[in-house]
Design a protein around this ligand. Structure first.
Ligand code: DGJ
Length: 754
């Protein structure tokens, strides 16, 4: 059913539903909004207001005389600070009289087809207005003339509600918003496991779960970027929920700066979820008629297991968050020179690498860090976006011409937000970095952060980038960001606006991205922040793919890519084949396994193919032709997690085509063990009544057998090594770090007759 928003005139109940998901709240007689239900759909023509508990409890504070009603015991739609609700608030404002208590009551609401865009911020969108409906509730704090607009969009397809909030000051005196969350959701119980995707540089988005308990469970970032440490996505699942069945919520913040997502379980087993900009160090001054717009938060729900929840995220992020020319296009297979050369290259080295790559079938050559200014190591050059004439005598334009002559596209690395002190940009504009006057700012990788909250800084970087992009024929940009933000002080802002700097900075980043993608709509952007330090939904709005991690070891990547897949589509995951021993963990993973992991992503090579032996080059050619043939399926098929690297020695996952006629299963075994038992995995998403052929690397027991989908899904696909009985055939694959791809194809009716 199409998304609908019902409002009952008598009880002022707002019911957003698409037939499988319901989100219901009510305006109470005093004008406060109270949450009633979010979860499996219920009929819109029934009453649900009896779920409000008004119950005498000791230590209760009650806003109204002669009433036991308390905000503490009532699910709130957007809890505010200072009255009878003692939970963490969604909104906190410092008013002109110094008080921090707000009292917002519903004044009016509007319902519109589709979904309005957010000013200056990334957000999901509709392509036609039947895809969603949007409810905007306007609340008012009479005492201080403040308007609060709570926006809810329900999508027709996928159980998704997109939310944001906007605060406008109509009072004559300035107020300071010190906490404006994008989403507040009060759930009636706390029987959930919290799943977060956390880690560090080189081990991003590892799954960590724990049971919710009374108190606060939270993740967040105060690093100025969403960070390697925590990702702005959290899942809450029922204890019985697994990949294939059960209820779960997903919460994601479409934002790339400081954030928090938290769950607070109170004394009465209720759970409040908050998601938004991290309130630490944040405040936003609102003068008369100024407004603050929060980022968008997404609430996704399923009762069909975590794969279903992830698939909803994937479809949304892939089709209604990512935009532009590359959104639906299979991505080019690239060769990036970073791990091959680091800073040690010149034009001839690069052309040599690119020539070999072309010979193997690579389509895009990417020149990484080190091509500009005086950059021969990480101590100089950032900020000077002009080609180094010693390394590249013909500039980027000259190099790109040679790359095109080879028959390839060319891409280029930038780190627009940063500057080295040893650069012309810094020498000309030492005041353009974030730093507190009179204090020594922290360096990170010898670099400093440009003050992107300042328009002239964004302008200067834009001009330099355009000069390169206008003269050279480039079709890809890798936008890197290699340090966290400290000393977050802008010399262009007055003292009381300093806590706005971090958010203004990220708005500056978004602005530069937006201007570049508008001016160069066919350039493919890949975001990056020392690997996956800004792999977040906000970035996907500008760059449809992101470099997943600087850890390119295939075994390490199993956990990183598996964790990433809980929210992010395969088409967004930058995954490359690199050399051995691996530069991050010194592990020797066989070439076939490196490719079998990297092909579940936007694939490429992160090495100099000239260093490979002839037989390895033959393998690379086969890998590339396989990826070209199958990348549409691999990057845009329906992705299912089958066996988790967080649970054991074997990882597996699969993609299935829309028509269920093709699937590819990736199976990976970390360590080999002697005399292993027979093994199989239950597949997902196939047509139970369809027969399939199965081919894989090496021998396997399906050479003369065409199983039905129900066999593969209910009994399983055999993954044991030795079952075909041809001793020796598989020997080269035995050992640690082994893997297989199983290619599954529906048998056409005429083939069945043969
Ligand atoms: C960090 C990135 O993640 C790497 O891929 C590479 O681009 C380096 N920065 C270059 O400095």
């Amino acid at each position: 059913m199409e998304a609908q928003i019902f409002v009952s005139d008598d009880s002022k109940v707002f019911h957003l539903t698409n037939g499988s998901f319901s989100y219901i709240f009510q305006c109470l007689p005093d004008g406060h909004l109270s949450h009633l239900w979010s979860g499996k759909a219920v009929r819109p023509d029934a009453q649900y207001t009896h779920f409000h508990e008004i119950y005498p409890r000791p230590m209760t504070s009650c806003p109204n005389e002669n009433s036991w009603y308390s905000q503490e015991h009532t699910a709130q739609e957007y809890g505010t600070f200072g009255s009878s609700d003692f939970r963490s608030p969604a909104l906190e404002i410092r008013h002109p009289d110094g008080s921090t208590l707000s009292d917002f009551r519903l004044k009016s609401w509007t319902i519109q087809e589709g979904k309005p865009a957010l000013k200056r911020l990334p957000a999901t969108y509709c392509e036609d207005s039947t895809e969603a409906k949007t409810l905007e509730c306007t609340l008012w704090d009479e005492k201080n003339n403040l308007e609060l607009v709570l926006s809810y969009t329900i999508f027709s397809r996928g159980n998704v509600i997109a939310r944001n909030s906007r605060l406008i000051n109509h009072g004559q005196q300035p107020v300071y918003a010190t906490d404006v969350q994008s989403l507040c959701l009060d759930l009636p119980d706390n029987d959930y496991e919290w799943m977060q995707f956390s880690g560090a540089w080189g081990r991003e988005r590892h799954l960590k779960n724990r049971k919710l308990e009374q108190g606060i469970t939270a993740i967040g970032s105060r690093r100025g970027h969403s960070s390697h440490n925590h990702n702005p996505v959290v899942l809450l699942k029922r204890p019985y929920t697994d990949e294939t069945q059960g209820e779960a919520f997903g919460i994601a913040l479409v934002y790339s700066g400081n954030f928090q997502i938290q769950a607070e379980c109170d004394t009465y087993d209720q759970t409040r979820i908050l998601a938004g900009i991290h309130p630490d160090g944040f405040s936003w001054k609102l003068e008369f008629e100024e407004e603050f717009q929060s980022p968008e938060a997404l609430l996704v729900w399923t009762d069909q297991g975590l794969n279903d929840l992830s698939q909803t995220f994937h479809a949304l992020f892939q089709k209604r968050l990512a935009r532009g020319y590359w959104r639906d296009r299979p991505r080019p297979i690239l060769n990036n020179n970073w791990e091959a050369t680091m800073f040690d290259f010149d034009e001839e080295t690069l052309v040599k690498i690119a020539s070999k790559a072309k010979e193997c079938g690579v389509e895009l050559f990417v020149l990484d860090d080190g091509w500009f200014g005086d950059r021969r190591n990480d101590k100089a050059g950032l900020g000077d976006w002009v080609a180094n004439p010693t390394l590249l005598p013909h500039g980027i334009a000259g190099l790109s011409k040679r790359i095109h002559e080879l028959g390839m596209e060319m891409g280029l690395w930038f780190e627009p937000e940063m500057v080295n002190k040893d650069s012309n940009l810094y020498r000309q504009h030492p005041d353009w970095i974030l730093e507190v006057p009179g204090r020594t700012p922290c360096q990170g990788r010898n670099q400093f952060v440009l003050d992107f909250s300042r328009q002239e800084v964004v302008e200067a970087i834009y001009t330099m980038m355009c000069a390169i992009l206008d003269e050279a024929d480039l079709s890809y940009i890798k936008w890197d960001m290699n340090r966290s933000i400290t000393d977050c002080y802008s010399s262009a802002l007055p003292a009381d606006r300093q806590p706005e700097t971090a958010h203004r900075y990220i708005l500056g980043v978004y602005q530069l991205y937006e201007r570049l993608i508008q001016r160069y709509p066919k350039i493919l952007f890949e975001s990056c922040a020392s690997g996956g330090g800004r792999f977040d939904p906000g970035m996907l709005y500008y760059a449809p793919q992101a470099w997943c991690s600087d850890d390119s070891d295939a075994i390490e990547r199993l956990k990183i890519q598996y964790g990433t897949s809980y929210a992010y589509p395969i088409s967004s995951i930058g995954a490359h084949i690199s050399e051995i021993p691996n530069q991050q963990v010194y592990r020797n993973v066989p070439l076939h396994t490196r490719a079998n992991v990297a092909c579940f992503g936007t694939s490429g090579y992160e090495l100099d193919l000239n260093s490979l032996a002839e037989d390895e080059l033959e393998q690379v050619k086969e890998q590339i032709s396989f990826m070209k043939k199958n990348r549409e399926l691999l990057q845009f098929g329906k992705f299912y997690r089958l066996q988790s690297p967080f649970d054991g020695n074997v990882t597996s996952w699969m993609v299935v085509s829309k028509d269920q006629k093709e699937a590819i299963v990736g199976w990976y075994r970390t360590l080999s063990h002697a005399n292993q038992p027979a093994s199989k995995i239950r597949l997902q998403g196939l047509d139970p009544n369809c027969r399939y052929t199965i081919t894989t690397q090496g021998c396997h027991p399906y050479q003369n057998h065409r199983p039905y989908g129900d066999e593969l899904m209910n009994i399983g696909l055999i993954t044991s090594d030795g079952l075909c009985g041809q001793v020796g055939v598989m020997d080269k694959y035995y050992g640690d770090f082994d893997s297989r791809l199983f290619l599954i194809k529906a048998v056409e009716p005429e083939e069945l007759l043969v």
